[in-house]
Design a protein around this ligand. Structure first.
Ligand SMILES: Nc1ncnc2c1ncn2[C@@H]1O[C@H](COP(=O)(O)OP(=O)(O)O)[C@@H](O)[C@H]1O
Ligand SMILES: [Mg+2]
Length: 422
């Protein structure tokens, strides 16, 4: 959106009305009137030529009316131009028709300069967001790296252990830049599992307004770990978590993906705005579950929600943590219940894992040949499949960046509350 002026085409059969609109718009430096038309037919021709951002369209005009013109423009110029219908009181019926014809906004006369300006602005902003969502191939950001979000519906299943070791394993590749982000904002364990005491955390970033977060701010809050990875820690105190919004999460992950090859995210163990933003921003979601019945049930609910959020099934990978024959369901039962295959098994290895957690050294570093470390290596291969793995390893050795598809963050708020409300 930036500071560039919004280009407006004015369409009305009465010259005086056009003049008045021009005068009203002239008060605000944010607009430039690039043309005028006297009827719908002229409007269509001029719109195709001038590609205005916004057309202010009268309804009743000779030759071709505003509704017919709106229909043509909203179909043929859906990605460049939005129509704001200008009507007078008593034309409610027309208004409905205009909206059905594809008008994106409307103004009812008489209106003030403020109303005019704010309606055009709002319509324009909404259009830009709508187009960004419609064009998933058109990146919102210049994103280069891959975001891997680790999620679980239940605590204590090994989510943080996996996130930390996955990041450390990815960080072993030469020239591969990895950042680990702790979004378990209230009770994050990433810093302690890496034996670090962060001074700055994501809470410092959250002091900025979402739209003002830039890469310098984010970079200044990262901590360099001796494994070679960088860490963005969760707030030092639970009460600082509140300041962090889904907008901050989107900004932070988007910016990090611009300069890191891998952004590994440890999400909180619940579905809320924060975790949803982390899931939305992810190229790969690793859903972690243990083998007990409540975990499996919750994993199933999560898979269903992710499907209804429109995530491609290939985006979601399933990890079974600490499969145990004694307490858990067997693998066949689990796969049948979840209606999908388990992608990776993370074995139960008490001694290795508890030593690693207590010492604050990832086991992929201190016990690289332990079964649980080999499982993390499998996980890397699953997240970066062979064909692509070539690209990843090329990138890792030649410093080339992996490019990947983009994201549609932050549009699921309403869908999410639907789930919450049952
Ligand atoms: N693969 C494993 N083998 C043995 N113990 C594990 C394993 N994964 C996790 N644990 C134990 O479970 C505890 C909780 O793991 P954690 O990753 O903190 O869970 P979550 O993040 O899901 O709440 C860890 O402190 C560790 O002692
Ligand atoms: Mg955890």
């Amino acid at each position: 959106m930036g500071k560039s002026q919004i280009k407006v085409l004015i369409v009305d059969d009465i010259a005086e009305t056009r003049e008045n609109l021009k005068k009203l718009l002239a008060f605000d430096g944010g607009f430039v009137v690039i043309g005028e038309a006297e009827n719908g037919k002229e409007a269509v021709a001029l719109a195709k030529w001038l590609k205005p951002d916004i057309i202010l369209m009268d309804i009743n005009m000779p030759v071709m009316g505003g509704i017919e013109a709106t229909r043509i423009i909203s179909v043929e110029m859906a990605m460049t131009t939005a129509v704001v219908i200008v009507s007078v009181q008593g034309e409610q019926e027309y208004l409905r028709e205009a909206i059905a014809a594809g008008a994106r906004g409307y103004l009812v006369k008489p209106f003030s300069a403020d109303e005019l300006v704010s309606t055009i602005r709002r319509t324009h902003d909404m259009e830009i967001q709508r187009r960004a969502r419609l064009m998933p191939s058109m990146p919102l950001q210049r994103k280069l790296g891959r975001v891997i979000s680790v999620f679980s519906a239940k605590g204590g299943v090994g989510k943080t252990v996996i996130a930390v070791n996955l990041a450390a394993e990815l960080g072993k590749e030469r020239d591969c830049k990895v950042v680990l982000v702790d979004l378990d904002l209230q009770f994050g364990d990433v810093a302690i599992m890496l034996d670090t005491s962060p001074v700055r955390t994501i809470a410092n970033i959250a002091r900025e307004r979402e739209e003002e977060v830039d890469s310098e701010t984010v970079e200044a809050c990262l901590l360099a770990h001796n494994t070679g990875i960088h860490v963005l820690a969760s707030p030092l105190r639970p009460e600082q978590a509140e300041a962090v919004t889904e907008g901050h999460v989107e900004a932070v992950l988007g910016l990090l993906a611009e300069s890191y090859d891998f952004v590994v995210v440890d999400l909180p163990q619940r579905l809320d705005d924060i975790s949803l933003a982390g899931l939305d921003m992810a190229d790969t979601i690793l859903l972690v579950t243990s083998t007990d019945l409540p975990s499996i049930k919750n994993a199933k609910v999560c898979l269903e929600i992710m499907e209804s959020l429109g995530y491609e099934s290939s985006k979601v990978k399933l990890a079974l943590s600490r499969p145990s024959r004694e307490h858990g369901l067997d693998i066949n039962e689990i796969e049948k219940t979840l209606e999908r295959k388990v992608d990776v098994y993370i074995p139960n290895e008490e001694r290795v894992v508890s030593q690693s957690v207590n010492k604050g050294t990832p086991f992929v570093i201190s016990y690289p040949t332990a079964k649980v470390s080999l499982a993390i290596r499998d996980l890397v291969r699953i997240i970066i499949p062979q064909g692509e793995g070539d690209a990843a390893s090329k990138k890792a050795s030649k410093g080339q960046k992996l490019s990947s598809g983009k994201k549609t963050a932050g549009i699921h708020g309403s869908i999410f509350s639907m789930f919450l409300n049952g």
